[in-house]
Design a protein around this ligand. Sequence first.
Ligand code: ATP
Ligand code: MG
Length: 539
Amino acid sequence: MLRAGLMRQLTGGVYAYLPMMVRALHKAERIIREEMNAIGGQEFLLPALNPESLWVQTGRRNIPNFILSVKERDLVLAPTHEEVIGWLGAMHIQSYKDLPQIWYQIQTKFRNEPRPRSGVLRGRQFTMKDSYTLDRTWEDLDTGYDLHAEAYRKIFSRCGLKFFVVGASSGAMGGTGSQEFMVESEHGEDTVAKCPACDYAANLEIATSGLSAVGRATDHGAPEKIDTPNVKTIDELAAFLNVPHERLAKSRIYLHDSKPVLILTVGNDQVNETKLGAALGGGEYRAASPEDLRATTGADAGSIGPIGFKGRIIADLRLKNANGLISGANVNDLHLRNIDLTRDVPKLEYADVRSVENGEPCPSCGQALRVTNAIELGHIFKLGTKYSEALNIRYLDESGQSQLVIMGSYGIGLERILACAIEQGHDENGIVWPAALAPFDVHVVAVNMNNSDIVLHAHQTYRQLQQAGLTVLLDDRSSVSPGFKFKDADLLGMPVQVIVGEKGLKNGQLELKVRKRGERSMVPVDGVVAGVQDLLKSL
Ligand code: ATP
Ligand code: MG
């Protein structure tokens, strides 16, 4: 995108968009507007500057890495717009007759991203189509949500993207259900589990697998100590004791609002921090440091365990009611065996906290799941009444009773649409735009501006194509060699190129090239419009 002159970085995560990029953004916007209007959306334009107090009211002022603020005036730069929509909703929704509503906008958002990366995929300033549904009933919310899901499919299909939909976590938004629209890519910062056989697909933040629980083994009585000198990892412990990983319960300590919590998982299972956040039930949390570990348990990582631990303990669901387990004894180089979670660990909580791994069985059909990276293009949420409660968005029902409005929220990243289209379409020579997003339909290359015949035909072709309703880029630079012009045409990636050169003109012909397939053909000068139109139709 930099090489093709689409954008320039001003500072970390902040980009200037150059004319080619703006044209492509406008095309994406147009597709989005058409599909949003088609489901009954009404377009708004809400302020990016918000009073800080509005965000305090919904409890979102201090979400980590979320809000950028303008300290001098107690203003914040909005990262999303539930708050402002809520403020408008409270003002304008009076009775059930005012519902349902779909309100949307296409607007600049700001986020305090700690690690802006991969160009415009993760900016601190970016463009979002965000929409909000306001409804009376949960069924109506489902209707608005389904309308969005269908509109999103149409939008991304029209943009020429290969995408898939996954079940997702509701995260900082809060809510009752959500899905993400994903593009598979090694550059994606999301990880998803996808079943190759059925339609199961989920963000790793909520994905589950059909992996069996550990269950119960023969009971060998009370826990007993075993010396495990210099045994640190689960693999070393399994080898040292000659037991399967399944019987090893690994303990990790997290600090949740400064209080230690012990998380128990099976063997080498990894903790998914989003699932953990949900299990903890909100608040701030982080993995304990080695110093924290020693201070809270008296032992180092590798020798920590649930027996005698003072504080909250959460075990992964695979450990539900398990016994015959081995875990650390909270003394270095010492473990305990015969641990029975039902007998030995009072007030134990269970939650799904583990990350699904590649190859585990699909929870719906049992086939091996594939875990891959993906870029999130869009996200749809059932918000429920969280914001209506905080901002008092109410309506009077048929019987005159005051009721909370039920909300949904739906986002699409505009820059991500373009970046994903480029990611999926490019080759070693540069961008291959899908026709729907290309800044121009046709790129006319005047091979040599010192040849008056070429100049004449290049300008004539440019005008004719424009008159036919196409958008045309004309390379009439006089100081650039033909080779450079061809390279630039490929780099910029318009779907069709028209090459106006000496050899062709000798026979009264122009050359057409399809960027995507590389195929070339000759057309008579007066057949160029029809030729280009045919090629565009074939894409
Ligand atoms: P991510 O998990 O990638 O941070 P998010 O869950 O925070 O995304 P939402 O709050 O759902 O994103 O925002 C809606 C859409 O806005 C996303 O689906 C994505 O396309 C886009 N988006 C979010 N954050 C950024 C960003 N920092 N830069 C560019 N686009 C973004
Ligand atoms: Mg985010």
